[in-house]
Design a protein around this ligand. Structure first.
Ligand code: SF4
Length: 349
């Protein structure tokens, strides 16, 4: 069976073109976009300022592929982990992370991932497909609803740190961010959005060329070539000096400081030498470092670093004038690490 095209996969220009080609008024495209991206409707019938013949034309040509919450787990710290079911039977994960001053949605960009990072539960799922822009934005809309219901405030931040490598789904991710930030969409500031990459250097440069306004985070986790080769196989194709060069390019073109994510693992990447290597790597560009507590994943060999080693690691970086934040693990009791919930669903279906 051939599926009709997802209405949410069209850009504004494509929809305008489609309407014009079919003898319809171009300005209707903005009205339709308002329904799609601001009001989040999932039927053409609801679009009551669009003439009936136009709605019928849309109905005949396009369809909706809504994203629905399949499973929801709430942690004792308030973190809510979600498995979303997609129209084709696949799953994607999202997390709502409330804190004192913000509510953050962590969303997915792909179903699974093929980058094979050793510490990651998603890597074990393999790669199935890219998410569409509509599926990405729908996760935000659903998590925003939950935030309003549970914490009486809308989302303040969005991070692309769920399943998948966002820069390997570049077009859909950028289109989704356009819709999240547009006045016809959610109207959110791009400064409140962070895209996290394992280090796809070519696409980091493309982000710079495209003059994006959102934040960029790099999942670094080791500044040692050999260790990173072992830990994050992407490093075998794009090594640390290539990554550094791309980060410098991004910083110079956008004037934006990147964030480096560093998951601290006991006796693996938490030594004094590892901290010194990280400080050396950071010399080439301004950055902020997030040292992240590891959320243990069933079946993975790694353990969380101790408080003493974490403290020492941070002290070394701070002694070299680096900006460091320690990110405590959230949702420890609910499979909140990326890919854990989807792994469980995959095992049980
Ligand atoms: S950490 Fe991110 S890039 Fe690495 S395998 Fe997991 S989802 Fe993919």
């Amino acid at each position: 069976m051939k599926l009709s095209r997802d209405i949410k996969s069209l850009s504004l220009e494509e929809l305008e073109q489609f309407l014009e080609n079919n003898g319809e008024k171009k300005f209707r495209a903005k009205q339709i976009f308002n329904w799609l991206w601001k009001n989040n409707v999932s039927s053409f019938e609801t679009m009551n300022n669009i003439p009936l013949p136009t709605r019928n034309l849309l109905e005949k040509t396009f369809t909706f592929y809504p994203v629905k919450i399949n499973t929801q787990q709430t942690s004792e710290d308030g973190t809510i982990k979600l498995a979303f079911s997609l129209a084709d039977g696949n799953f994607a994960e999202g997390v709502l992370i409330p804190s004192e001053d913000r509510t953050t949605a962590c969303i997915s960009s792909q179903v699974g991932c093929n980058l094979g990072c050793k510490f990651c539960a998603t890597a074990r799922l393999g790669f199935t497909r890219n998410l569409t822009a509509g599926e990405i934005v729908d996760q935000v809309i659903e998590i925003n609803k939950l935030s309003l219901q549970n914490y009486q405030r809308p989302l303040s931040n969005i991070v692309f740190m769920g399943m998948g490598e966002p820069l390997l789904n570049y077009a859909h991710v950028l289109f989704a961010i356009k819709c999240i930030t547009a006045e016809y969409g959610l109207g959110m500031s791009p400064r409140r959005i962070t895209v996290s990459t394992a280090g796809v250097a070519k696409m980091i440069k493309k982000l710079a060329d495209d003059e994006v306004k959102f934040n960029l985070a790099i999942s670094l986790h080791s500044a040692n070539e050999e260790k990173r080769d072992d830990f994050m196989p992407i490093n075998k194709g794009i090594n640390l000096s290539e990554l550094s060069e791309a980060i410098v390019y991004f910083w110079k073109k956008t004037n934006t400081r990147v964030t480096l994510e560093y998951l601290l693992l006991k006796d693996y990447n938490d030594s004094i030498k590892a901290a010194q290597e990280l400080a050396l790597f950071c010399k080439a560009f301004p950055c902020k470092i997030n040292v992240i507590e590891f959320n243990p994943v069933e079946g993975l060999e790694f353990e969380r670093s101790t408080n003493e080693r974490t403290q020492k690691f941070v002290e070394i970086l701070e002694s070299k004038n680096m900006i460091v934040n320690i990110r405590r693990s959230r949702g420890k009791d609910i499979d909140a690490a990326c890919g854990q919930l989807a792994n469980k669903i995959a095992k049980n279906t």
